[in-house]
Design a protein around this ligand. Structure first.
Ligand SMILES: Nc1ncnc2c1ncn2[C@@H]1O[C@H](COP(=O)(O)OP(=O)(O)OP(=O)(O)O)[C@@H](O)[C@H]1O
Ligand SMILES: [Mg+2]
Length: 268
């Protein structure tokens, strides 16, 4: 791979006696979707939180554009150009789509005298419309309160919101977990549009057919460790399941490696 946009090297994190992550590596390049997969408790969300600046690793290096960086806070992650859509989305139900897109990034029009500044409602609405059109997100109106949107529409608004700060990397934790078939298809298309805009995208998902449909690589975590990286297309769902459950110890294996059966099936 050419120089990755984002690279993690030997990242470890303990919670007391629990080794949530143990020497994990991850690479994300410009314009690619990397799927981060693994069983419950494998360490996926912990890894996302480390990149998002929510959790501090005990050891290991995070490199952004080839330089080692310390991501102390979500603000530091955003300043680097890393945006995260957490599973709970954190949208404000009572606010409309424009207000949610610009929450914390409000555009202001300066005024004279002591009036302070006005919210640039027209400018924000115009840009919200343009962004949602560009991403082909379909909602009744940008003035619809989020409470009235479907799960897929909310997910799309949350993903669109992550783009307001013009990030280079977007992290998505389980973006299709609560969605129906059609809504899932829309969100997967949206993720491919992020990739086509040149972003590096990391998607956590338990849905392997989704992973196979959109990712160019699948990175498997098992019990806090790397257990194989698979180049896609080229790996089967069965190979991914074997790496996830521990039926194969694929830590050092290449995408094409034949499964070995020297380890019993998963115990999670
Ligand atoms: N704040 C915390 N305090 C203590 N232990 C934690 C904390 N966060 C995570 N862990 C532990 O670290 C391990 C990895 O958790 P993590 O949430 O990263 O897993 P995951 O792969 O995202 O799982 P899931 O698929 O269920 O979301 C688990 O054993 C979990 O119990
Ligand atoms: Mg998780």
């Amino acid at each position: 791979m050419v120089q990755p946009l984002l690279a993690l090297r030997g990242v470890s994190k303990r919670y007391g006696a629990v080794h949530a992550l143990d020497g994990v590596d991850l690479d994300v390049a410009t314009g690619e979707v990397v799927a981060l997969i693994g069983d419950n408790g494998a360490g996926k969300s912990t890894l996302i939180k480390i990149i998002a600046g929510v959790v501090t690793p005990d050891t290991g290096v995070v490199e952004f554009q080839g330089r080692p960086v310390t991501i102390h806070s979500p603000h530091a992650a955003a300043s680097l150009g890393i945006a995260t859509v957490f599973q709970d989305l954190a949208l404000c139900e009572n606010l409309d789509v424009v207000a949610n897109l610009y929450l914390g990034h409000e555009r202001l029009i300066p005024t004279v005298g002591r009036l302070g500044a006005w919210l640039d409602e027209i400018g924000m609405e115009r840009r919200a419309l343009a962004l949602l059109r560009e991403l082909a997100v379909k909602i009744p109106s940008v003035r619809t309160p989020v409470a009235m949107l479907s799960g897929g529409q909310r997910q799309s608004v949350a993903i669109a919101r992550s783009l307001i700060g013009e990030p280079q990397v977007v992290l998505l934790d389980e973006p299709t977990a609560a969605l129906g078939v059609e809504q899932t298809a829309h969100v997967l298309e949206l993720i491919l549009r992020l990739r086509d805009r040149g972003l590096g995208v990391v998607v956590v998902s338990h849905n392997l057919s989704n992973v196979l449909a959109i990712a160019s690589r699948a990175v498997v975590l098992r019990l806090g460790r790397n257990n194989g990286t698979f180049v896609l297309p080229g790996a089967t769902q069965e190979q991914l399941v074997a790496a996830i459950t521990g039926a194969t110890d694929a830590r050092a294996a290449a995408a094409t490696a034949a499964p070995s059966s020297d380890e019993p099936a998963g115990d999670e």
